[in-house]
Structures are given as C-alpha cells and as structure tokens.
Write a protein that binds this ligand. Structure first.
Ligand code: FAD
Ligand code: NAD
Length: 465
C-alpha cells in the first residue's frame, strides 16, 4: 500500500522515538519504522543490560571484600549467571516495553515493524508498503563489527549482543579488543567468577586518553586478576579440542591465549549497508557512516541522519543530542549545531573513568599555555571512607584565560562528579568560579574546587603524584 506522511523516522534508537514525540506534538504525521527492538542498542544490547550486569558484578565484588569492611561473610557465595541475566532482562524489558507502549499509543504516529529501504529521496519500501515523506530521519544505529580475523570462520564467538544470553559462566573468557566494550565485559565477568584474558593490538589501553588514565585502569584490572596482553600483533584465532585459542604474534614462540569462550569487542559498524542509500542520492563514507553537516542534514535535502550512523558520536547522549538539535532547528527556529556539544563520556569499569573536553595529551599537542591540577583518590575523604581509593581527579585550565579546558576522573563516583565540571564548561566558566563553589561534604565532588585551587604549570613533571 502507498501511504504518505509528513515524516519517516527509521529506527527506534535514542533519537527516533523522541523526535516522533516532538513532531507529532507539533501536528506532523509520522511513520516510525523499527525492524527489531524498541530502544535500539542502548536499551536492548548496550548501556542498560551492561550496566545491570555491572551492578551484579559490583555486588559480588563487595561480598568478596566483606572482611575489608570488618564483616565476617556468613558463607561462601555462588554466582547464578542465569539469575543475574534474568535480573538484567527484566530491567531491559521494562524499558523496552515502556518505549513501545509510548510509541504505539502516540497520536499521529504509525509504527511499522519492518526493515526500511530507499526507493527514491522521498520514498521507502517498508515491508509490502511504500511510504512517502518530504522529511526522512535515519536513526539506524550500528551493530558489532565482524572484522576479518584470520581463523574466525572456524571458531564460535560471542559479540557484545550475543553474550547477553549466556546462562553459564565462562571458565575462561578471552576478549579481543580493549575498548569500552572489552573493558566493561572483562571486569564484570571476572567479578562474577570467570578467568579473563584481554588481547589488544595497541601497546597500551585507551590510546586516545592520557597515559595516567590508562595506567590507572590497567592497574585496577590487573589487581583483580585480569590478564592484559597488549601490543598483540597478528592476532588470529583457532580451535583446540573444541576450545578457542587466540594467537597474539606472528612469531612462532609467542604463547597463545587459551580459553573456554571468545568475545569479540573490536568496534561497531553502522547499519547503513542495506538502506539502498544510492537511491536517495546518498553515499556512506569508507567506514559506512552517512556524512552530515553541522545540523545533521545529509547531502540530499529533506534527509537527516542522527545517532551512531552519522559518525559524529558513538554514545546514547550524542544520539539524543542529535534529536535535540534537529527538533530545535526544525520546530523552534533554533540554530543548534553538533559542534556546540562538548565531548563527554564514561567507561563503566569500577572505579569508572569519566572525561570532558580535552585530554592532557591534546592540550600539550596543541601547545596551549595551560595549568593542571591533580589529586589522587587517596586524598579524597569520601573515597577513603568507602575504601575505594584507586584513581585521581585531573583538571586542565587555560593559563591566560582561566577557562576550563577539560577534566578526567578515574575514581569512585567519577561518572557523577564530572558533571559539575561539564556544566561549568557549558557555562564557559573559569577555574576561579569553580574554586568559589561550595559543595556538599562528604562527597567526591567536594574536592573538585580544591583541585582547581592546586593548579600548576603544565610541564613535564606536573601531573606526577
Ligand atoms: C555493550 C555496549 C554498551 C554501551 N554502553 C554505553 C553507555 O554506557 N553509555 C553510552 O552513552 N553509550 C553506550 N553504548 C553505545 C550506545 O548504545 C549507542 O551509542 C546508542 O545506542 C546509539 O543509538 P542510536 O540511536 O544511534 O542507534 P541504535 O540504538 O543502534 O538504534 C538503531 C535502531 O535502528 C533500527 N534499524 C536499523 N536499520 C533499520 C532499517 N533499515 N529499518 C528499520 N529499522 C532499522 C535498529 O534495529 C535499531 O533498533 C554502548 C554500546 C554497546 C554495544
Ligand atoms: N560506557 C560507554 O559509553 C560505552 C560502553 C560500551 C560501548 N560503547 C560504545 O560502543 C562502541 C563499540 O565499542 P568497542 O569497545 O567495541 O569499540 P572500540 O572501537 O572502542 O574498541 C575496539 C578495540 O578493538 C581493537 N581492535 C580493533 N580491531 C582490531 C584488530 N583487527 N585486531 C586487534 N584489535 C583490534 C581496537 O584497538 C580497540 O581497542 C564504541 O563507540 C563505544 O563508545 C560505549
């Protein structure tokens, strides 16, 4: 059947549903097309399930550390992965169902549970229907990349999506890739009781972040018994007695890593390959991303790309912000742009690593005259009281303007505490402003004004402690 709408939204990830809400509230007719699960990656196979599992893993770790807090454990505990997964599934399902209910009952919104493909710049094939609209919004997200690792065709492996259905704990989980996915799954499975080995081709963790951050994260993982094999060259996989083996070097004598299960965590690829983009006059870049301008419009007028598929962000908050930009510019006469947003992110290892703005390495490389303040978590009262003193707070400030350039927090509560610095940076505030702020005692955040009061010139030695 041929049907016309004011707008087609493809994908119910982190931008599409909210955009449907805004457009329909403004009186537009909207067709929202989702082929899989409402909520996309974040709700179903990304943020929500992993953070639910990480919470179980944290509870296991706390039980393990009972004696450290003066508690005598009543008995040895066991981990029932099926129950851990069931808890996670219930959280995911509640979120997905809530979203589905909202969308299917949204006045002015017609939901199609199909795959959409372009027929022309203004029409798409959606199942048996042809849908037409002057405005098309692509929010198609991505999926785990399947890189051409030698031997992979012969070896069963998990991705960040399929491992979420595992009901028995791996005896020894081998993980290839030490990005956010690899690190978060490594620690959570270790804490649930698996042996874990991470194989990564980079010579150190988190190559886009500062060396002190990478060292702190590596120290945490190593202290929990996770084996890190960094700088692995010529990674290949094979099966030995039905069990996966990861070879880490072209050299014959390099010891391979043997395990019981294999998780590939080597990045994601955008879901743009089956959209028939060329029929809409569009071409993905070499990585599969749809190029967009600062307002997220593609090269074809009337077509926008939001979220992970445009390559301008790789997070839920960037996808949601894409929705805000498009909605503001279309409906509120706004002039919002992608470059208005600050780079912010967190990796949910425990303690977490959160950051905003520039890293120390980026500030150094730019030659910006800068000051740095750094305080180890051993000097943060709340961290000491909690018995979680790994990591540090680090802030960077322009030496001449006093503007805040960036911050990294590795440490307990860092994923929350960073937000006072994020807000100050959006308000274009200074280190002096931060120093005059009075925060609540006892918190991790309360030390942030102190760190802004301990600034030193950024020289070769200044961030050592
Ligand atoms: C394990 C893991 C953990 C993560 N943790 C975090 C985190 O803690 N914090 C964070 O900010 N980010 C996290 N992320 C990243 C985050 O999940 C993504 O950045 C975010 O979900 C991207 O949202 P999106 O709206 O761009 O697309 P998606 O959420 O991927 O949604 C796209 C939707 O489009 C649908 N679709 C695709 N093609 C078509 C088509 N042709 N027709 C119809 N429907 C289609 C898909 O089925 C999907 O539902 C994590 C990712 C992973 C994998
Ligand atoms: N907390 C969060 O916000 C969070 C959590 C999980 C995932 N994510 C997002 O999901 C996306 C995917 O995460 P990811 O960790 O899979 O990807 P990633 O790109 O962050 O990391 C992939 C890792 O695999 C390694 N790698 C890639 N190809 C390789 C090869 N051929 N041989 C050896 N090593 C190789 C890379 O060096 C890199 O360290 C990212 O955009 C990430 O931001 C975010």
């Amino acid at each position: 059947m041929n049907q016309s709408f004011d707008a087609l939204i493809i994908g119910a990830g982190q931008a599409g549903p909210s955009l449907a809400g805004r457009l329909t509230a403004a009186g537009w007719t909207v067709a929202l097309v989702e082929r899989k699960n409402f909520g996309g990656t974040c709700v179903n196979t990304g943020c929500t399930p992993t953070k639910a599992l990480i919470a179980s893993a944290k509870a296991a770790q706390t039980m393990r550390q009972a004696a450290h807090y003066g508690l005598e454990p009543a008995a040895a505990f066991t981990v029932d992965l099926a129950k851990v997964q069931a808890r996670k599934d219930a959280i995911v399902q509640a979120s997905r169902n809530g979203l589905e209910q909202w969308l299917t009952q949204m006045p002015g919104c017609t939901v199609f549970r199909e795959t959409a493909r372009f027929l022309s710049p203004t029409t798409m094939q959606v199942g048996d229907d042809v849908l037409a609209a002057k405005h098309i919004f692509l929010n198609v997200g991505g999926r785990p990349a399947s890189p051409p690792l030698p031997g992979l065709a012969q070896v069963p492996y998990f991705t960040s999506s399929t491992i979420l259905a595992l009901s028995e704990l791996p005896a020894h989980l081998l993980i290839v890739g030490a990005g956010a996915v690899g690190l978060e799954f490594a620690q959570l499975f270790r804490r649930l009781g698996s042996q874990v080995t991470i194989v990564e081709r980079n010579p150190r963790l988190l190559p886009h972040d500062d060396a002190d951050v990478a060292a702190a994260v590596a120290e945490t993982l190593a202290s929990e018994g996770i084996t890190l094999r960094l700088g692995a060259e010529c990674i290949s996989v094979s099966l030995e007695n039905g069990q996966p083996v990861v070879e880490v070097s072209c050299e014959e004598d390099a010891t391979p890593s043997r395990g019981s299960h294999l998780l590939l965590a080597m990045g994601r690829q955008p879901n743009t390959d089956d959209l028939q983009l060329e029929r809409a006059g569009l071409h993905a870049d070499a990585h599969g991303y749809i190029p967009v301008d600062e307002e997220l419009q593609t090269a074809t007028p009337g077509i926008w790309a939001l979220g992970d598929c445009n390559g301008r962000g790789a997070f839920t908050h960037t996808s949601y912000n894409d929705f805000e930009i498009v909605a503001a510019n279309l409906l509120d006469h706004g002039q919002r742009r992608v470059s208005d947003r600050l780079p912010v992110s967190a990796i949910y290892v425990d303690p977490p690593f959160a950051k905003v703005g520039l890293t120390e390495a980026e500030v150094r490389a730019a030659g910006t005259p800068a000051l740095v303040g750094k305080r180890p978590m051993t000097k943060v009262g709340r961290a000491v009281e909690k018995g979680e003193t790994l990591g540090f707070i680090k802030v960077l400030v322009h030496a001449e303007t006093d503007q805040i350039l960036g911050a990294s927090i590795v440490g307990v509560g860092g994923d929350e505490a960073i937000h006072c610095i994020i807000t100050a940076m959006y308000a274009k505030q200074t280190a002096a402003f931060m120093r005059r702020s009075v925060f609540i005692h006892p918190t991790v955040s309360e030390l942030i004004p102190t760190v802004f009061g301990e600034l030193q010139p950024l020289d070769a030695e200044s961030t050592k402690y």
